[in-house]
Design a protein around this ligand. Structure first.
Ligand code: SF4
Length: 386
């Protein structure tokens, strides 16, 4: 790295807050010349994020110790129900009637079921005079009681009004230090997440216990931390690149996941964050094309992790008898050269018949090519040496 512009970035953000110049502020993240070797910089980010996941328990304790209670309240929740109960207490205590959400499109709100909750509590959306405001937190910094919000032009204005603030994040968003925040922002910016929306990063330190509330959600993330082979998946920065190139995601779309994790990374995490039996299908949806791995800025071995999930489900007995026997029969058939070299029509019929009724109902087995790879290879060799 050539140097740090982190201080500039912070002072620009502060200046914007003091001068109330947020309406004029251009995106402060863009600086394409900043890294002398961007690939090495990305490796550094990957290392930093994965170390933060490895040391998550220690870092969360550090963040907890650094918290200044007079500046804001902090709550830990094990699951959605807990979180919504905490929110309900706040809504009742403060007699909340109106609300505003910083980024209504965020899938974090879908994950926790915020819309349905607000409807049930009769809290109406009102961006002009909200009693309560919701912000998604992108990173919490372990060495301080500060966190990062990726807002928009109105976010600073929102933070300066009199409403109660609720900041929500998952435990995996802990970051050891703020040193790599600038690099994290740059990588996000390059990935073009949020469909070209401008990123407006704010490092926020809570100011009042009557106003600022940080909600930190586990929701089975600690389950993934304990499952060592898949732990690094929590380092994902939600850049969305893997989804952009995933053929399965292109067909299924974001709605199929309805969670803050979607696309290839969700194929790994969702069965562990929700229930394996309900969500194991996402791990089998992958066709192993490997496009996701090629574009992941933090080089997560996504295919390997999906295979690890499948192995885990098999070993832990999450496959039904018919699924297990189908996979066994197909495995046996594809390791037999004679069967693979049969004529196209015969082998297509034979392989289709190997699939259980359950699988046949949802999927159509594609027809084989006229010649197997082995037959084509031998044919090409013969032609070459004619
Ligand atoms: S797994 Fe996907 S969303 Fe996560 S960092 Fe890699 S490319 Fe981005």
């Amino acid at each position: 790295m050539k140097g740090s512009y982190f201080d500039n970035f912070l002072s620009e953000t502060r200046a914007a807050a003091e001068n109330k110049s947020w309406q004029k502020q251009e995106n402060p993240v863009v600086d394409t010349e900043f890294y002398s070797d961007y690939n090495i910089a990305k490796q550094r980010l990957s290392h930093s994020l994965q170390t933060s996941v490895e040391e998550m328990d220690k870092l969360l304790v550090s963040f907890d110790n650094k918290w200044v209670p007079s500046n804001g309240k902090k709550y830990w929740f094990t699951n959605y129900d807990d979180l919504l109960r905490g929110l309900r207490t706040l809504v009742w205590e403060k007699n909340v009637k109106t609300c505003h959400t910083d980024d209504p499109d965020s899938y974090l709100w879908t994950e926790i079921g915020l819309d349905a909750f607000l409807k049930k509590e009769k809290v109406k959306a009102n961006s002009d005079s909200p009693n309560i405001q919701f912000f998604e937190v992108n990173k919490i910094i372990a060495e301080s009681n500060t966190f990062l919000i990726l807002g928009n032009e109105n976010t600073i204005k929102m933070l300066n009004n009199n409403a109660i603030n609720v900041f929500v994040t998952g435990i995996e968003q802990i970051m050891k230090t703020a040193d790599d925040i600038e690099l994290y922002l740059k990588v996000l910016k390059d990935s073009d997440i949020k469909n070209n929306k401008k990123l407006f990063p704010i490092l926020y330190t809570p100011t009042s216990k009557n106003k600022d509330n940080l909600f930190i959600l586990d929701n089975m993330r600690s389950n993934v931390v304990n499952y060592v082979p898949q732990r690094s998946a929590l380092a994902c920065i939600h850049c969305g690149r893997c989804s952009q190139v995933c053929p399965v995601f292109k067909c299924a779309g974001h709605k199929a996941y309805d969670n803050i994790f979607s696309g290839p990374i969700a194929n790994i995490l969702l069965p562990h964050l929700e229930t394996i039996d309900d969500y194991k299908f996402v791990s089998y949806a992958c066709i192993m094309c490997g496009n996701c791995e090629k574009v992941c800025p933090i080089s997560l071995p996504l295919r390997e992790m999906i295979i690890e999930n499948r192995r885990f489900f098999y070993e832990k007995g999450h496959l039904s008898y018919s699924e297990k026997s189908t996979f066994k029969k197909i495995g046996k058939a594809i390791s037999n050269r004679k069967k693979l070299n049969k004529i196209k029509f015969v082998k297509t019929i034979k392989f289709r018949s190997l699939m259980s009724k359950d699988l046949r109902r949802h999927r159509k087995f594609p027809p084989f090519e006229k010649y197997s790879f082995n037959q084509q290879y031998i044919k090409n060799l013969k032609e070459k040496f004619k």
